[in-house]
Design a binder for this molecule. Structure first.
Ligand SMILES: NC(=O)c1ccc[n+]([C@@H]2O[C@H](COP(=O)([O-])OP(=O)(O)OC[C@H]3O[C@@H](n4cnc5c(N)ncnc54)[C@H](OP(=O)(O)O)[C@@H]3O)[C@@H](O)[C@H]2O)c1
Length: 218
């Protein structure tokens, strides 16, 4: 299958949490890491999140000019099987284009020309089929894709071996809470043999935290 190169980026606490126990967003990265994240975003053709991240964080998914001069503004992609993206969501602002991928049959269109809704097959879990999602993005010229979360989406990409690189910024804090979102949610593995192996490529201290860079192939 022809597919984009897939990079995952995520920020977590020292206990592996990515949000508040209420699932609300919180700032884990330092300024220097946020700049790195914007540069990475700008270097990709598209940036992708799941619908729950849109509903809980209301992100813009753009590249801030204070961090990157003359940004390219990658395509914003939302995986939203049931077409629940609110018309007021910031990810639909006019800064750049947004592609909402929904299950076939749920393609309710928006009036604005910078928003596209595309139908896609569903997998056996009832989620959008990621192979089809990646083919669809390939056909739209996406060669490098940044997946920013949340944990359900990241789990789907990792467990289906569709990730090439992974950046994890670990902030020096503890959040706690047994149901607090983590970097990889979903069902998880059922057996030790199913562990998803990573190859540590570099470790770098950034501000008060640490950036881990992994590749999924040796
Ligand atoms: N610290 C960080 O770096 C960071 C970054 C982003 C988000 N977050 C946090 O992550 C949390 C949200 O994450 P989440 O895990 O609840 O939700 P999510 O990963 O943002 O979205 C999951 C939803 O996406 C849809 N989806 C469609 N196709 C999918 C597929 N193939 N695989 C998985 N999901 C698919 C499903 O909804 P439908 O069934 O309706 O399609 C699914 O429930 C928030 O608390 C947010 O603050 C943290």
């Amino acid at each position: 299958m022809r597919r984009p190169y897939v990079i995952v980026n995520c920020a977590m606490s020292a206990d592996g949490k990515t949000a508040l126990p209420s699932r609300k967003q919180l700032r884990i990265s330092c300024d220097e890491d946020i700049k790195r994240m914007y540069e990475l975003r700008n270097d990709c053709d598209a940036v992708l999140v799941g619908i729950e991240t849109v509903l809980s964080d209301d992100p813009k998914l753009t590249v801030k000019e204070t961090y990157v001069k003359n940004p390219r503004q990658p395509l914003r992609v939302i995986l939203d099987g049931c077409n629940r993206t609110p018309v007021s969501a910031q990810v639909l602002n006019t800064t750049t284009k947004t592609l909402i991928i929904v299950a076939k049959g749920a393609e309710k269109q928006f009036d604005d020309s910078h928003i596209e809704v595309a139908g896609c097959d569903v997998d056996t879990n009832g989620y959008l089929d990621l192979q089809s999602v990646l083919e669809l993005l390939s056909k739209r010229g996406v060669k490098k894709l940044l997946v920013e979360g949340g944990g359900t989406i990241i789990w789907s990409f990792l467990s289906q071996k569709l990730v090439d690189e992974l950046f994890v910024y670990i902030g020096p804090c503890i959040i706690g809470g047994k149901d607090t979102p983590t970097m990889a949610g979903g069902k998880g593995i059922t057996d030790e043999n199913e562990m998803i192996s990573l190859n540590l490529s570099s470790v770098k201290k950034i501000g008060p935290g640490v950036l881990l860079h992994y590749k999924t192939r040796p």
